[in-house]
Each structure stands twice: as structure tokens, then as C-alpha cells.
Design a protein around this ligand. Structure first.
Ligand code: PRT
Ligand code: ZN
Length: 301
């Protein structure tokens, strides 16, 4: 989507020079969703896919493609102003940057797991044992908090095979569906941290960049609000109108218009994904008909 509307960001005030440099993962689980978010926010990237640095013709932003492990450090050093990264990487690298926005995608948990035939007795189970992980800092903090002494064995990939090959007694790794653990005969015994993609950056950035960031956040929130909500239209018998309206929350209050057929009205509103099925069930019981549900592209709240 080409976006020519940069009204909210005053380029002239920024001398036409100030750009916000955002680091995103070059290739991996976060990259597509990160770039998609920018695209939906109206930011098209011009000079080629996946060069180290891409520009936007439509927005004062530069995109720096990096490995996710490097993003917190680049942000900390000021090479990038902000970055999109898994909260787990941010926590592991102990970045000086702040979490600016939670993005709600790439959700996972970082958990301790042990061979499924063993009985877990609590964190003290790991006393004197070996744990394989790629996240030694988060794990050490957890062990310190629990007063447990365990040996941390740092490995960078295929952590889940460590117990089977005798490298460790347990693992501390990312879990999403849990199927990797199951297929390696492991059971998840303790969720140490929950993670999602976040925007990190130094909240004290220069005013010109802050202005761009605020506009970007406004756009991202509008995109996210839209994807979390649906536009709903339905026909309601007038004698049930009040009851039907009472169960539809809406942004302010629903729009009600008379239908050509007397005794009926058309009701328009917005429903959040969370309440969706519950509300649909209730309004059907109350006699709503011809229910249409339409995706919302942007929602300015
Ligand atoms: O190359 P680069 O260093 O940039 O990428 P990477 O290989 O280090 O990271 P990548 O792309 O695999 O993951 C990026 C981020 O996505 C992570 O830091 C997490 O924040 C998030 N994320 C979300 C996940 C998962 N879900 C996930 N399931 N990261 C990894 N996994 C792996 C996990 O390591 C395990 O091997 O998937 C397996 C478990 O999945 P289930 O579904 O079987 O439980
Ligand atoms: Zn990585």
C-alpha cells in the first residue's frame, strides 16, 4: 500500500532530514509480521527487500535488518532508534532501552522442561543439576530468585535434544505449541517468562524522532484496534431493539436506522474479537436476523 499522507509528521520542521531508524529481524519468526505491521501502517519500503538498510519513499523512516539477538544492543548503542524484538531477547540482553509498545504477536513462553518420566518437585528439583539453554541471563536471574544452584550449559540451537544426549538434566527454552517438547520426551514444568514482540527504544529520544515515533505508534494502534474488532450489521425487530442494543457494546452507541419493512431496524456497531461469539449468541436468541460481520481496515480511536 502506497501512503502519501505524512501530514501528521512535519517533515519541514524536521528539516527533511530527521528519520526514525527502526531495526527489524532480517529473517525469522518476527520478520514477516514486523514488516507487515509497517506496511499496514502505510509505510512502503522502496529500495529492495532485505538489504541491510531500506528507506521509505512515503515516510521518514529507515529499516535496518538484523539478527534478533543483535537488535537490543544496536538500540542500546543508538545505531537504531527503536527495534522490534521478542521480549525474551530484550530481557536476555539486559538492554538499557525501554519497552515502548507491546505488539501482541509472536507470543511464546520461556519455560523449564525435564524428561517426562521424572517427577517435578518445584524449582529445588534443579539444585546441583545441569540445564541447557540459550537464555542464561534470564535463567540465572530465576535461579537466584529461587535460591537454587544449578549449572547452566549455554547452547545456541537444538536445546531440546540436550537431555536425550546426556548433555543436561533439563532445558530452559522457548515454548509455543509445546509439540517440540512432546516429541523430545520432555514436559514443561515451570513457565519463567511470557513473551511477545515489543518495540524497544530509549524513551528520551530527540524531539524530531519522538514526533515520528508517536505518529508511527498512532498508526500501529489504529491497525491493531482494527484487527481486534469487527463491524457488525444486523436487522432487529423493533420490539426487541432495546434488549439487543443493551448486549452490543459498540464504540459509543450503535447506529440504528429504520428498515423499509415496518417494525424492523438495522443496527450497526463494532464488536471486539473477545466478546464476539458471546454477543452473537445473545442477539440471535433475541431475534436478530441477517447478521453481517465485516473486517475493519483501520480504527481511529
Ligand atoms: O536468525 P535470528 O537470530 O534472527 O533468529 P532466531 O533463530 O534466533 O529466532 P527465531 O526467528 O526462531 O525467533 C524469533 C523470536 O520469535 C523469538 O525470540 C521469540 O520471541 C519468538 N518465538 C515465538 C519463537 C517461537 N514462538 C518458537 N516457537 N521462537 C522460537 N520458537 C522455537 C523454539 O526455540 C523451539 O525450538 O520453536 C520451538 C518450540 O515451538 P513449539 O511450537 O514446538 O512449542
Ligand atoms: Zn536469534
Amino acid at each position: 500500500m502506497e501512503d502519501k499522507n505524512t501530514d501528521n509528521v512535519d517533515l519541514s520542521k524536521a528539516g527533511g532530514q530527521t528519520k526514525l531508524r527502526i531495526a527489524v529481524q532480517k529473517s525469522g519468526r518476527l520478520s514477516e509480521k514486523s514488516l507487515n505491521l509497517l506496511k499496514e501502517a502505510g509505510i512502503s519500503l522502496t529500495n529492495g527487500e532485505r538489504k541491510l538498510l531500506a528507506q521509505s519513499g512515503s515516510y521518514p523512516i529507515e529499516v535496518l535488518y538484523l539478527r534478533d539477538d543483535d537488535i537490543p544492543q544496536y538500540v542500546k548503542d543508538g545505531v537504531a532508534d527503536v527495534g522490534i524484538v521478542g521480549e525474551n531477547e530484550y530481557a536476555e540482553k539486559g538492554s538499557a532501552a525501554d519497552i515502548i509498545e507491546r505488539l501482541g504477536f509472536s507470543r511464546c513462553r520461556i519455560s523449564l522442561a525435564i524428561p517426562k518420566q521424572h517427577e517435578y518437585t518445584g524449582p529445588e528439583y534443579f539444585e546441583g543439576k545441569k540445564i541447557a539453554t540459550s537464555y542464561p541471563v534470564i535463567l540465572q536471574n530465576y535461579l537466584d530468585e529461587k535460591g537454587v544452584n544449578a549449572e547452566i550449559h549455554v547452547i545456541s540451537g537444538s536445546v531440546e535434544i540436550a537431555p536425550a544426549i546426556g548433555l543436561a538434566d533439563g532445558i530452559f527454552d522457548i515454548v509455543s505449541s509445546g509439540s517440540t517438547l512432546i516429541s523430545n520426551g520432555l514436559s514443561e514444568v515451570d513457565v519463567v517468562m511470557k513473551s511477545e514482540a515489543v518495540i524497544i527504544g530509549d524513551k528520551d529520544m530527540e524531539p524530531g524522532k519522538m514526533e515520528i515515533l508517536n505518529d508511527l505508534l498512532f498508526r500501529i494502534r489504529s491497525v491493531q484496534a482494527a484487527s481486534n474488532n469487527k463491524y457488525i450489521l444486523l436487522n432487529a425487530p423493533n420490539d426487541k431493539l432495546d434488549e439487543i442494543i443493551a448486549v452490543i457494546p459498540g464504540m459509543k452507541s450503535p447506529t440504528v436506522m429504520p428498515l423499509a419493512e415496518s417494525g424492523w431496524s438495522s443496527v450497526h456497531s463494532v464488536l471486539s474479537e473477545k466478546q464476539f461469539w458471546q454477543v452473537i449468541g445473545k442477539i440471535r436468541e433475541l431475534g436478530a436476523e441477517g447478521i453481517l460481520v465485516i473486517p475493519i481496515e483501520k480504527m481511529i480511536v
